[in-house]
Design a protein around this ligand. Structure first.
Ligand code: NAD
Length: 242
């Protein structure tokens, strides 16, 4: 069994999850790189983690599937007893006007972000409570805080993460576990490849999109001892949108 400080990052095969895996590796964590389907991309993340001087392993599970996640997390905990960090990053969009939104579009988005938060956090947290330390950071969105046409499903899921995290933070603070949320604005990843970027930039005081590394750095800070008195908070990373 491995006693290294270990971090689990969901949806780490690309984008913000990948950047977070690399950032946490640089901070000295052994990183569990979760992916749903793209093993090749997850292996690329592992290469980047190793190039950054760290190490980790890939772990396939669908965060929306409770049984699969429970089984996978159990196996991770059996191999790595010192899980100190969980980053709930996996998320999808399926935008559409509410009136036209199908049940599948509602369920898939809510089940990935919000049910995924439950599915992964619960078994990891049991271990953190047992060890009386840990940090959980979940990736919400500016869409949870500002109305965004066509994103009722996504906004609901991401707002749910904020509410659940703030509540959970009060429950586990006494065990030395901190629970925080980041709420990125528009970040340059595959998720926003079809977004009207020129139009969006006009609404951002810094007049540019964010980079995955700019989210990953805040997540790394929230996981670190420098944030030892921060819990139940939502940190916006959005170029100045209020
Ligand atoms: P992305 O699409 O590049 O990455 C999302 C990752 O989640 C992918 O690796 C994907 O495979 C994984 N994933 C999706 N469903 C999964 C599942 N069921 N199980 C396991 N993994 C799954 O996009 P990103 O921008 O890197 O998104 C990362 C997080 O940041 C998401 O939660 C997203 O909602 C959030 N976010 C992104 C932006 C943005 O502008 N890019 C803004 C705010 C919040």
């Amino acid at each position: 069994m491995n006693d290294e400080r270990t971090a689990i990052v969901t949806g780490a095969s690309r984008g913000i999850g990948r950047a977070t895996a690399v950032e946490l590796a640089k901070a000295g964590y052994f990183v569990i790189i979760n992916f749903k389907t793209n093993e090749k991309a997850a292996m690329e993340t592992l290469s980047l983690v190793q190039s950054a001087g760290g190490d980790g392993e890939i772990s396939q599970f669908d965060v929306a599937d409770n049984a699969q996640t429970k089984e996978a997390v159990k196996a991770i905990i059996e191999r790595h007893k010192n899980i100190q960090v969980l980053v709930n990053n996996a998320g999808i969009t399926a935008d559409g006007l509410f009136i036209l939104l199908g049940e599948e579009e509602w369920d898939s988005v809510v089940n990935t972000s919000l049910k995924g938060f439950y599915n992964v956090t619960k078994p990891v947290l049991r271990e953190m409570v047992r060890r009386k330390c840990g940090s959980v950071v979940s990736v919400s969105s500016l869409s949870a805080l500002l109305p965004n046409r066509g994103q009722s499903n996504y906004s609901a899921a991401k707002a749910g993460i904020i509410a659940a995290s703030r509540s959970l933070a009060t429950e586990v603070a006494r065990f030395g576990i901190r629970v925080n949320v980041v709420a990125p604005g528009l970040i340059e990843t595959d998720m926003i490849k079809d977004a009207p970027v020129a139009e969006i930039k006009k609404m951002i005081p810094m007049a540019r999109l964010g980079k995955p590394e700019e989210v990953a750095g805040v997540i790394r800070f929230l996981c670190s001892d420098d944030a030892s008195y921060i819990t139940g908070q939502v940190i916006g990373i959005n170029g100045g949108i209020c």
